[in-house]
Design a protein around this ligand. Structure first.
Ligand code: SF4
Ligand code: SF4
Length: 245
């Protein structure tokens, strides 16, 4: 696929409009190789009102990164149509309200880097121009910041930044391939949230940890709190970072 990535800032203007009148409507959803983040999966499985186990089994495939051993979860290729997203319909996206971050961001790509002075994250953006996408022919003009706001991607970025942080910790503290059990713990706590919750409340996952009743109540009923807890638990299990909960 030919693509151009052009660096762009939050205040720069883009002329882009994705709508059903474009001749390319849905084309981008029919040729996918799309990695899903834990927060993408949380939103999608809740949209469909199914458990993470069922969602992962039905809609995704997983493989381990060949150099990191980290789990990589993607939409499962459709046996009938190859790389078509399972949620694309003639009318558009069937899970639009809860579509993944990369679907919201397009035609932008986002990267973050830690600022040495403050430890905070700085965002960088690039415009992706692909020949099949005709959204650029439109005259609609917005700044990158306005575009991002219209796509309601803030919560996705917030959660995905925590994933980036944990991956960079892994690269620093455990370079090379993770062991099988470590990869399994990573997958369980971040991607398979309902199974993680089940094992917390009926198994001995937390036997060495003191977790407050308030936190237990939160993770029992709130998936976002559970995902935050999962990241903290992985930091403890993989990197030995002490936690107070
Ligand atoms: S989730 Fe929706 S927007 Fe994203 S690729 Fe699938 S159909 Fe397209
Ligand atoms: S304009 Fe671009 S993003 Fe929108 S449907 Fe067409 S190819 Fe996809």
């Amino acid at each position: 696929m030919i693509e151009d990535m052009i660096p762009i800032g939050l205040d720069d203007y883009i002329k882009f409009n994705c709508c059903s009148k474009n001749v390319c409507f849905n084309e981008c959803c029919r040729d996918l190789s799309q990695a899903l983040t834990p927060y993408d999966i949380l939103r999608l499985k809740n949209n469909l009102e199914i458990s993470s186990q069922i969602f992962l089994k039905k809609y995704t495939s997983m493989h381990y990164g060949p150099e990191s051993g980290l789990p990589i979860v993607e939409f499962k290729p459709n046996p009938g149509t190859g790389h078509e997203c399972p949620f694309v319909t003639e009318k558009g996206c069937a899970v639009y309200e809860d579509r993944p971050a990369s679907c919201r961001m397009y035609p932008l790509a986002r990267a973050v880097a830690k600022t040495r002075e403050t430890g905070g994250l700085t965002e960088f953006f690039a415009l992706i121009e692909e020949p099949h996408c005709k959204g650029f022919r439109n005259e609609t003009k917005e700044t990158v910041g306005e575009w991002l706001q219209s796509q309601d991607v803030r919560m996705h970025n917030k959660h995905n930044d925590k994933l980036i942080e944990i991956i960079s910790l892994k690269n620093k503290m455990l370079p090379g391939m993770l062991e099988g059990i470590q990869s399994d713990q990573f997958y369980l706590a971040l991607y398979d949230l309902d199974e993680f919750r089940q094992q917390i409340f009926t198994g001995d996952l937390l036997k060495d940890l003191k977790v407050s009743k308030e936190m237990m109540d939160q993770i029992q009923k709130d998936d976002e709190a559970l995902l935050g807890f999962g990241i903290t638990w992985v930091k403890y299990m993989l990197f030995g970072i002490e936690i107070t909960l």
